[in-house]
Design a protein around this ligand. Structure first.
Ligand code: 13P
Length: 243
């Protein structure tokens, strides 16, 4: 059985006090959440301590949104694996399209970050996905296969999660049709040496489309931006399929 993971990516949202407010609204809604799914919150670095202090004994696991490949050094503005591990971080998003687009992340730097994360015992969530222009040009598969091929050199596919996030579906309300997301995720799975890893879909996942997305046989979870910021909405997402 592949592990199902519903993860929130808070991006650059929420101060520490807003994080506490979120938990007060969210935690009580997990009492009857089925055990068949893991719940992860990938928060800004400044919120990770707040999460680790307030989530003892909870089933929520903590994720970060990036990590540097060096153990330490003169890398102003970066964060090391040891800094994350000390804060009980378990997962780390790597290669999100916003980092590739706005911060010069390449498949090579993605690969270095993945290696460092795994070496430290963190589970990376590698993001892949095509732009609208690439999709319209019929390049979806080739773009994603290249991201996988270069990103996964030397990577242990036992301790890895992949998120398929078509860039045109991120923050636009324009969700990729669930059967199309299922098709692409099936193709991604065929490229892997371990076809049993968790592959999530991300891009405008909301309470009103989560059930349809999670019914798709290849999709093992969701990586959620906007709808993870609201405790009621995110609770509906992690409680998907519950009657
Ligand atoms: P939205 O859910 O806001 O579209 O963001 C998706 C995303 O980028 C998650 O990493």
């Amino acid at each position: 059985m592949r592990k199902v993971i519903i993860a929130g990516n808070w991006k650059m949202f929420k101060t520490q006090s807003e994080t506490i407010e979120f938990l007060q609204g969210f935690l009580p809604q997990l009492d009857t959440t089925p055990d068949d799914r893991d719940i992860v919150l990938c928060a800004p670095f400044t919120d990770l301590g707040t999460l680790s202090r307030n989530l003892h004994g909870s089933r929520i696991q903590i994720g970060a949104q990036n990590v540097h490949w060096a153990e330490s050094g003169a890398f102003t503005g970066e964060i090391s694996t040891a800094m994350l591990v000390e804060l009980s971080v378990r997962y780390v998003i790597i290669g999100h399209s916003e980092r590739r687009q706005f911060f010069g992340e390449t498949d090579e730097t993605v690969n270095q970050r993945l290696k460092a994360a795994q070496k430290a015992g963190l589970i990376p969530i590698l993001c892949v996905g095509e732009s609208k222009q690439q999709r319209d040009a019929g390049e979806t598969e080739s773009v994603i296969f290249q991201q996988l091929e270069k990103g996964l050199v030397g990577i242990d596919q036992q301790n890895l999660v992949i998120a398929y996030e078509p860039i045109w579906a991120i923050g636009t309300g324009d969700t990729c049709a669930s059967d199309e997301a299922n098709r692409v995720i099936g193709l991604i799975r065929k490229q892997l040496s371990n076809p049993n890893i968790t592959i999530q879909y991300g891009g405008s996942v909301k309470p009103d489309n989560i059930d349809e997305i999670m019914m798709q046989p290849e999709i093992d979870g969701a990586l959620v931006g906007g709808a993870s910021l609201n405790p009621q909405d995110f609770a509906k997402l992690v409680n998907y399929g519950k009657i």
